[in-house]
Design a protein around this ligand. Structure first.
Ligand code: NAP
Length: 333
């Protein structure tokens, strides 16, 4: 049996190109004692993958040249060699990488129940992006009823869940996203109180209009100028959650830092980074709560699914162009 894999061929400078990865085909190795073979059905495409390609110190080691591109996956166990926990047919999610088959001892893999939600949802709202939203807005953002919450990247995998959780908790929620369709999705489908189209409108003016008294929480997915605009409109004791800075990931020069940081001093505000993996011991608890909200119709999940491992590069670039709706997923089997 052969295995198609996307291998990191070069470290990109700026935006990755088709040459950044090579598609190879190798034989699936024999299983050792205690291993399972997983057929990966869906690959999660995440902005963080861009950071993992840089040869830089981070919260996780970089992907090495010649290695399979790291990615979250969900798939089915198709072969087992004496594994203590997993059996044939189990659906597992973990870090399978951009490849059709993964051989693993099962460490950091979790079983999921596809009777409750389809596979792609387990790498979206009930997976890593959903966990990021849940712990980021509740534990770092520390939202409470009546707070004014602003979220950027608001129509994306993390941002759309952040805003919906904040609504469930009784906050006023303003989303920042690119284009009128995404903004309409936020207000009409997800129940946000307002939306700012950063591609066509002035963000500072939009913030002034939608949060005349300022914001209690800013959940930052994008960094750069939008972070600066939000810093300029903080309320006293505001919290900024630094979740990501997608506007900066393909910079050829240094990351653009915040100019308006003295607003933190004036407003006795805090700005705190978060990494979702720190909350791994509590994922199940969060997934149960979010599953419940989904069943009650309070939390919506949207996945945008493309097909074919050979289309990995073209699909990956959609993270940065914004040409996708919701969680970006690649179906490979
Ligand atoms: P995503 O929203 O599904 O995809 C990225 C979205 O970002 C695009 O759809 C695009 O939407 C927007 N975007 C792209 N370039 C932009 C720019 N220059 N300025 C403003 N917006 C831009 O991605 P996600 O999975 O939800 O991730 C969102 C952020 O969270 C990323 O920064 C990611 O790195 C971070 N993250 C952090 C953790 C953690 O543990 N800290 C975990 C997961 C994700 P528009 O059409 O609106 O432009």
């Amino acid at each position: 049996m052969t295995n198609k894999q996307q291998i990191l061929a070069h470290r990109p400078v700026g935006m990755p190109t088709a040459e950044t990865w090579t598609l190879t085909e190798t034989e699936v190795p024999e299983l050792k004692d205690g291993e399972v073979l997983i057929e990966n059905h869906y690959v999660s495409l995440d902005p963080a993958m861009r950071g993992w390609m840089n040869d830089a110190r981070s919260y996780i080691p970089p992907v090495q040249i010649g290695e399979v591109m790291r990615a979250g996956t969900i798939g089915k166990v198709v072969k087992v060699n004496n594994h203590p926990k997993f059996k044939e047919g189990d659906v597992l999610t973990g870090w399978g990488g951009v490849q059709e088959y993964s051989v693993t001892d099962g460490e950091n893999y979790y079983t999921v129940d596809t009777n409750l939600a389809p596979m792609p949802t387990y790498i979206g709202t009930l997976g890593m992006p959903g966990m990021t939203a849940y712990f980021g807005i509740l534990e770092v953002g520390k939202i409470k009823e009546g707070d004014v919450v602003v979220v950027s990247g608001a129509a994306g995998a993390v941002g759309s869940v952040v805003g919906q959780i904040a609504k469930i908790k009784g906050c006023t929620v303003i989303g920042i996203a690119g284009g009128p369709e995404k903004c309409a999705y936020l207000t009409d489908d997800l129940g946000f109180d307002g939306a700012i189209d950063y591609k066509n409108d002035d963000v500072a003016a939009g913030l002034k209009k939608h949060c005349p008294k300022g914001m209690d929480v800013y959940f930052d997915n994008v960094g750069g100028e939008i972070l600066d605009a939000c810093l300029a409109r903080l309320k006293l004791h505001a919290r900024i959650v630094i979740c990501g800075a997608i506007s900066q990931y393909n910079n050829k020069e240094n990351v653009q830092g915040p100019k308006n940081y003295l607003s933190l001093l004036v407003n006795r505000a805090t700005m705190q980074g978060m990494v979702v993996m720190d909350y791994a011991p509590k994922y199940r608890e969060a997934a149960m709560q979010m599953g419940m909200w989904m069943m009650e119709g309070k939390l919506k999940s949207r996945e945008d699914i493309y097909e074919g491992i050979e289309n990995f590069h073209e699909t990956f670039t959609r993270l940065f162009s914004g040409e996708k709706n919701g969680k970006l997923v690649l179906k490979i089997k």
